[in-house]
Design a binder for this molecule. Sequence first.
Ligand code: SF4
Length: 409
Amino acid sequence: MLDVGFGRYALREETELTDQRALSRRHLLTLSAVASAGAVLAPGVAQAQKKLPQVPRRMLGKTKQTVPILLVGGGMGFKGMDRRIELALQYGANYIDTARKYAGGTSERDAGSTLRKLGARDKTWITSKTEKWSAKGFAQDVAISLDTMKVKSIDLYFLHQLDEVAPLDDKELLQTVERLKKEGKIKFFGFSCHHGNVPELLHAAAQRSMVDAVMFRYNFRQYGDKELNRAIDAAHKANVGLIAMKTQGAEAGFRDAWTKFEQTGKWNKYQSVLKAVWEDTRITAAVSHMTDLTQLRENIGAAVDRQKLGQLERDALRRYAEVTRPYACHGCDHLCGSAIDAPVSVSRTLRSLTYHDAYGDPSKARRVFAEQPAAARRLEGVDFSRAAAACPHGVDIPALMQRAARVLV
Ligand code: SF4
């Protein structure tokens, strides 16, 4: 089992990323090859695939289908991403992860139109998600997704941000899923989970045959978590396909976090984090939101190069994790929530703050924060000291919530 790993998008400002990326590129022969090959794209995806190194593939659990270990994330939307998607497909990263609500609803639309332009729908795996967990809502959103992307079938459809087990036992929902599968509208079913009791949800997936795959928050910060590892083992043993998200373990309230990572070898922080996840063979793939060609090339470079992380790199990740520990929330509200005398979700608030501080996207941060009920957004005057004491991860909840009240409300 891995005991190290680390996160990306710690800072999204190009000027501040340039030096580190330039340095890492000088050390990356594979990445250089990828970058130069990408600069002269072959006219067709299929043609290019024959010439270029391909992202390795793994079986996605009981779907019995292989998918690339690097998945193209659509959380930030796909507007203007045609070139990035084309390049990803050329290197075999032919999996697009989107959701009904991503990018204000435009993510599905732009993913569909890009694949149509490239003539690549048939050779690309599409996943989408809905936050409607009822049978009726699920069926409605599948229909909207199909229509929005203008596709006949969606490979995998998730209940999005599931934080309770109950919907997995909803007979009407299960019948609807089966019907949609029979009609060919969706091929596989599962759920994604950011918040709540992720180990409980993974165990639930392991015990329910209808769950083909789960996408869950997983990064270096959790590798030593015995409870989570037992749950991952159970899901893996039950042949549930496991996809890691939030692999970068981004921090809130610490804008220069990435500078604390000391690059000791070939891989920079962003690549090291992905390499660490891929070394866990229980995990099929990692989803990554790659907002420019440089990030895409870096990730592809790391994926196609089979060299594993060295001990020095693992140690650097471990040190980085320690330094940034008070700033990184693991999403386990069930541990600190009961110590707060207000209907506030610490993890949802800090997730919004991460979009603001680490991803450099204040409008998305405020949008995600505003999706919560009004009572959950009232942070002023709330005492978070008991929650801080209850947090096993040492997150500085009072300071971060104070910052959230300042920049998100
Ligand atoms: S603050 Fe701590 S206990 Fe609360 S959700 Fe985050 S990591 Fe979990």
